[in-house]
Design a protein around this ligand. Structure first.
Ligand code: ADP
Ligand code: YYY
Length: 226
């Protein structure tokens, strides 16, 4: 495992709980690096869809992941040198990503790529298994959630603001289906572990949640210096 002295904050949780937004702002506030692990699964999904590989075709999905040509340039995500920042956020990509994320072989291939983001002065990362599998020795582990209706409303607003058509009832159904698949799979399921702090953000603003995470991290940093 890469340098264990480098602090890591993990935020795991269901879809649209605010993981990416909060993790990004916390990283900014602390001057830490940020890794959105879901984007790696989405990129494999996008590449597979582009090559017409079915989600059931595990060997070809894994082969594709092994030679995935990804770069993070400024605030963009590039696949084979093409900016796919918008394309990876599509609901169909998240759906496909959730299906292929069940393959232990795929998860294994992506492990080192994720761990390589652990660089000084620290890392904030979000996903489903960041605290349980990828960074089990993380400094602070958070399980971020909100009730399904609120998450669907947040996602709805996010899609509408981007000019993408959406329907709340369909979103609630697809979030529930994806959460169930992500939590019930055998390989690195989304779960709340014993050493994870539960943060239910229902009814809280983004600023309130960011401040709560920063204050939890400050408490841990102070305690570890005593
Ligand atoms: N506490 C919050 N209150 C209101 N909206 C939020 C909150 N946290 C996140 N959001 C909004 O919800 C949407 C989904 O958040 P996102 O970070 O993409 O979630 P995730 O990474 O868990 O899928 C975004 O538009 C974000 O601005
Ligand atoms: N660490 C991770 C991150 C994502 N995944 C899978 C499961 C998720 O449904 C998809 C997409 O993840 P992503 O975090 O981008 O999705 P949301 O923004 O939460 O909707 O990838 C995973 O299995 N493990």
């Amino acid at each position: 495992m890469k340098n264990q002295a480098i602090p890591v904050i993990t935020l795991d949780g269901p879809s649209a709980s605010g993981k990416g937004t909060i993790a990004h702002l916390v990283a900014q506030a602390l001057g830490f690096h940020y890794l959105d692990s879901g984007v790696l699964y989405r990129l494999v999904a996008l590449a597979a869809m582009k090559h017409a590989i079915a989600a059931e075709d595990e060997p070809n999905i894994v082969a594709m992941a092994r030679c995935l040509n990804v770069s993070f340039v400024d605030a963009t995500v590039q696949l084979d040198g093409v900016d796919v920042s918008e394309a990876v956020r599509a609901e169909i990509c998240g759906e496909y990503a959730s299906r292929i994320a069940q393959y232990p072989t795929l998860r294994e291939v992506l492990l080192d790529r994720q761990r390589n983001f652990r660089e000084l002065p620290g890392l904030v990362t979000d996903g489903r298994d960041m605290g349980s599998v990828v960074f089990p020795d993380a400094t602070l582990k958070i399980y971020l959630t909100a009730d399904a209706e609120e998450r669907a409303r947040r996602r709805y607003k996010q899609l509408i603001e981007k000019g993408i058509n959406a329907n709340i009832a369909d979103l609630v159904a697809s979030l529930r289906e994806r959460d169930e698949r992500d939590s019930k799979r055998l390989a690195s399921p989304l779960q709340q572990c014993e050493d994870t702090h539960l943060l239910d953000t229902t009814g809280f603003s983004i600023d309130q949640v960011v401040n709560q995470v920063l204050s939890m991290y400050a408490d841990i940093s102070t305690t570890s210096q005593l």
